[in-house]
Unconditional design. Sequence first.
Length: 277
Amino acid sequence: MHLMHMHPICAAGAGALTTVLLATGCDGAPADSASGEKAFSAVGFTFGARGDIAIHGASRAAVTPAGTHPATAGRAYRFARPGDRLLVVLRHWPESRTKRISLERPTRQLPPEEQPVETGFLVDTVSWVRAGLDGHHLQWLRRDTIRVDATGTAPGDLTRLTLSGPHGGGPGQRVPPPTTHACTHLDPDTPRRATLPDIERGTDVTSALTRLRALCLNIQYATTPGTTHPGTVHQILLPLADRHTPSTAIPTDHTTPLPNAQPLLDPSRPATLILTR
């Protein structure tokens, strides 16, 4: 699986995912450090349901691979994030085995159920950056983590995450990062009951994100075609500690029973905020 597309000059020296080519550039010259960095411009990540991640944009040299790990049972992998960087986590399915299987003898045994994987990247900037998904604004980020899930997209569809710095000489987002002090004492592996937030279809992302953060869950974004205003909430999937019913959706559709008002949530798996594309 091609996890990264590099500049043609770099291609000859491309190695494992964990190399630091993106951090140092092709000629070995160090990238701008966070302490004395020049203005962060823009970087984009394009990927599909099977990964094949491409990195582009003027600030792509500020991106360092952080590895690919299985999301066993849907649990979020705990990437290390240095305090002065952004962490981008892209969830997708492993590389398709269709080609490899076609070269082998047929077998009657069914393959084991696939687990998604998460590919991480560290972005070297301490400045505020504006995150957008498929052309729609998500949030401002600084010393934070952003997760995007493409496992629900159709084959051939591409998901596009963009991070851009402030333009026009402005300082960017003035609001400090959201506090997580209320969540620090909670065990991220212990299920807990919580009251479901009242979030309707068509709610703006900022409002929905504020109410979801109060549940102390990891949050990942996804997009889907829909009839509501593009860039607003289509649906939110909350992870449940129930193997028979792994998640509950808000708001529900007409065919889905109303969820328990205080379900037992599984904080080891991220909630998914699905936007209308």
